[in-house]
Design a protein around this ligand. Structure first.
Ligand code: NAI
Length: 258
């Protein structure tokens, strides 16, 4: 116990990060571990996750890897239990991060693509948050951080399934916050703009980077580490009076219309 502990300190806490094998999830798992939390890294394939968890443990952190496909409703509760058993403590923080994108014109979005995007980004996040909320409500404490998108706040061409799933996640965040705030569980969302990851390459790697950059007031794409401040704020006691907030972290992009 520090005499002058920072409100951002996560010592003694445990976090579950979905979609932790790459991009924002992988970076955030490392960052939360460095901030003092025990971390459970969850994704469909565990080979890479096991290596990251081992690397974190050898650096003195507490970490484990769990296999989880968020589109498999039956896999979520066992994954949560496995994470708590491996870390040997209850989980206080969910980073609801697993997500996929499908870039295509509205009329060309296939039923399979629409299902994949909705089942992962909206239903998967919904079921994950339900599982987390059940445990957190029982303990009267917890923070759920939904990773939404600026695409859920503004219309973006060729992103109808993705944007609709993220707009849904933002609405879900607000209703969850409403129902759970009185039970000690805070639910908030981060709406990242263009963050350089595999997903971003899929979206922007079509020769449209310059056009996107012109609409970002800071004139640069973000890095996963640009989300650290918002992530730590929502995860820790520093954000203790926040419920239902949707924080854009996007270099000002949602403000810009020309
Ligand atoms: P990414 O593609 O590197 O990471 C997505 C992660 O989710 C991967 O680890 C992937 O394996 C995992 N995942 C996908 N489907 C899954 C499933 N069914 N079960 C479990 N895990 C699954 O992309 P990035 O950028 O790191 O994305 C992370 C989150 O951030 C996503 O929710 C995305 O929508 C959101 N986001 C990303 C932005 C960007 O510009 N990169 C902007 C706004 C939001």
């Amino acid at each position: 116990m520090h005499l002058h502990a920072s409100p951002f300190d996560l010592q003694g806490r445990a976090a579950f990060i979905s979609g932790a094998s790459s991009g924002i999830g992988l970076h955030t798992a490392r960052m939360l571990a460095e901030a003092g939390a025990a971390v459970a890294l969850a994704a469909r394939r565990t080979d890479r996750l096991e290596a990251v968890a081992a690397e974190l443990r050898s650096a003195g952190h507490r970490a484990c890897a769990v296999a989880l496909d968020v589109t498999d409703a039956t896999a979520i509760a066992p994954a949560w239990r496995a994470a708590e058993a491996a870390l040997d403590q209850p989980i206080d923080i969910l980073v609801n991060n697993a997500g996929v994108i499908h870039v295509a014109r509205f009329v060309e979005q296939s039923p399979e693509a629409i299902s994949r995007v909705f089942d992962t980004n909206l239903k998967g996040a919904y079921l994950m948050a339900q599982e987390a909320a059940r445990h957190m409500v029982a303990r009267g404490r917890g923070s759920i951080i939904n990773i939404a998108s600026s695409s859920g706040l503004r219309a973006g061409g060729q992103m109808s399934s993705y944007g609709a799933s993220k707009a849904g996640l933002i609405h879900l965040t607000q209703i969850m916050a409403l129902e759970l705030a009185g039970k000690g569980v805070r639910v908030n969302a981060i709406a990242p703009g263009n963050i350089e990851t595999d997903m971003h390459a899929e979206f922007a790697g079509r020769g449209i980077e310059e056009g996107i950059l012109r609409r970002i007031p800071m004139r640069r794409f973000g890095k996963p580490s640009d989300l650290d401040g918002a992530m730590l704020l929502l995860a820790s006691d520093a954000g203790r009076y926040m419920a239902g907030a949707v924080i854009p972290v996007d270099g000002g992009q949602v403000l810009s219309w020309m």
